[in-house]
Write a protein that binds this ligand. Structure first.
Ligand code: UT7
Length: 326
């Protein structure tokens, strides 16, 4: 049976650091509030000339180098982003060109914070269906350029970054055991960016009403996230006939420390089995899982045959899980 195996990971975050103390000087907030309510200490902010495909390029190059394969061997590139270079063409096409991956098809996936697991699901379907053998999947975000720096409800949360993985067809019994994706469009307005699309094209009104920035009903989103993720991880375990004690590492979307704690508690997992880097990078949406995944791999927290549980929740609403045997 063909299985999807992750053969390498890579990541990139911009150099510029924005601390909670910096934010205290920008809006009515405090390091104490941000730490207590979110667990975030600092986040990265892309340079004025850096776009989503630039960050993606650096993460992808690292993943290719670590895999020891050339971009010309890629069959497909799938990029998850909500902050792409332009409405079109896709950020994946810009990335394809930067990498020189001439033979790869390329397209984007928009599933907000669940985006990277959506790209894994797409790659998994193509690989298991025997259509493509080697796929580059990337989550990349420059959220800082869509953040309302006057809105304390959102501006303290987000950060920029990118993470990538090379996945390919394999016949051994490790790799992606399951990947499940879900959506509920009825709750779209809990977390969205209303301006600039065909519904509300750019106009003086949309600019004056600050409609080109991310809007979130934080507390409502929080409650749904906790409830949904608790069920999601239990379903993933059940589907694979695993117990939570079988999980070596939970790699959650890094949105809020309290949400991560709630999921870990539901699973009865000690926090040393949970990958957390939210304090350093904030919520990087589609980039958060691949950045955390890459850090887990490169810091030696992932060992052969380990069961890894990945889970995400975000705008759409969307949510997703993956169970991987390393
Ligand atoms: O990644 C995709 C999915 N995203 C999520 O899952 C994020 C979900 N939401 C959250 O993480 C949390 O809801 C937040 C961190 C955004 C907010 O935490 P909360 O505990 O839900 O706070 P809240 O929105 O209920 O606000 C509590 C208070 C309010 O003041 P009042 O009305 O009680 O006087 C806010 O105005 O905190 C106030 N507040 C702030 N105070 C200082 C909101 N933002 C700030 C701030 N600094 N930055």
């Amino acid at each position: 049976m063909l299985r999807t195996k992750i053969i390498s990971t890579g990541s990139y975050v911009p150099d510029r650091v924005l601390t909670n103390q910096d934010l205290e000087r920008m809006v009515e907030t405090s390091d104490k509030w941000i730490m207590e309510r979110t667990g975030i200490k600092e986040r990265r902010r892309a340079g004025d000339n850096e776009s989503a495909s630039d960050l993606a390029y650096k993460a992808a190059l690292q993943a290719l180098e670590r895999a020891g394969v050339g971009a010309d061997t890629l069959d497909l590139i799938v990029v998850a982003t909500i902050t792409g270079d332009m409405p079109f063409p896709s950020t994946a096409c810009f990335l394809q060109h930067k990498l020189g991956a001439k033979t790869a098809a390329a397209f984007d996936v928009n599933a907000a914070c669940s985006g990277f697991l959506y790209t894994l699901s797409v790659a998994n379907a193509y690989i298991r269906g025997g259509i493509y053998r080697r796929v580059l999947i990337v989550g990349t975000e420059v959220l800082s350029k869509f953040t309302d720096w006057q809105d304390r409800n959102t501006c303290v949360l987000f950060g920029d970054g990118a993470g990538a993985a090379i996945v390919e067809a394999s016949t051994d019994d490790s790799g992606v055991l399951s990947v499940d994706i879900y959506s509920d469009g009825s709750l779209a307005e809990l977390l969205y960016l209303p301006g600039g699309g065909s519904k509300n094209p750019c106009s003086t009104d949309t600019l004056n009403n600050r409609m080109h920035y991310i809007k979130m009903k934080g507390n409502e989103t929080f409650k749904i996230a906790v409830r949904t993720l608790e069920q999601l991880v239990l379903d993933a375990l059940q589907k694979n006939n695993l117990k939570s004690s079988d999980i070596s590492l939970l790699i959650p979307h890094q949105a809020n420390m309290r949400i991560i704690l709630a999921t870990a508690t539901r699973l009865g997992l000690d926090m040393d089995k949970v990958m957390i880097n939210l304090d350093k990078y904030g919520n990087t949406s589609a980039a958060s899982i691949p950045i955390a995944f890459d850090e887990a791999v490169t810091s030696g927290r992932v060992k052969k045959n380990d069961y890894l549980l990945l889970e995400a929740f975000g705008g759409g609403l969307t949510w997703a899980s993956a169970l991987i045997r390393w």
